[in-house]
Design a binder for this molecule. Structure first.
Ligand SMILES: [Zn+2]
Ligand SMILES: [Zn+2]
Length: 148
């Protein structure tokens, strides 16, 4: 069993079966590592390989597989900036980026919408079942107007 270390916080990621692929999630920052081809499998759309865009900023994370620096690139037709291994090992997505990518592609093709919605929903569920901090914002129920 391989364990990916989060390139952001160096915590070991946990492996989660997500749809048809296994993804590595960091429970500290909610980031996700996807191996080569896994993101395309989830999106259901081959995305052309693009060159790194220097305007997106310098590399600031290392590939958990080959330890080279990840390059920043805008993913396909979305505005999401992902961190990608220059050797194609995979791609690192910060919290919410996978959902954003799936949402962007779901809205573009009615075909995949149902499938992608389901997948994104499952992932959101997954993270909400593992709260990282205790936000116990109890909202006060409306009182004083009990019709009795
Ligand atoms: Zn992390
Ligand atoms: Zn790599």
């Amino acid at each position: 069993m391989r364990t990916i270390q989060c390139p952001q916080c160096n915590e070991p990621c946990i492996t989660v079966q997500y749809g048809t692929v296994e993804i590595d999630c960091c429970m500290s920052c909610s980031g996700i590592w996807l191996d080569r081809g896994e993101l395309e499998a989830l999106v259901g759309d081959p995305v052309p390989v693009e060159k790194a865009d220097p305007e997106l900023g310098p590399p600031d994370r290392d590939c958990p597989i080959c330890v080279d620096q990840l390059i920043k690139e805008r993913y396909g037709r979305t505005s999401v900036v992902v961190d990608k291994c220059p050797h194609g090992d995979g791609v690192w997505l910060d919290e919410g980026e996978l959902q954003a990518i799936l949402a962007a592609y779901a809205s573009g093709s009615a075909d995949a919408a149902g499938h992608d919605d389901q997948a994104a929903g499952a992932l959101t569920d997954f993270f909400s079942n593992h709260p990282t901090d205790d936000a116990g914002g109890a909202s006060a129920p409306p009182s004083g107007k009990t019709p009795n």
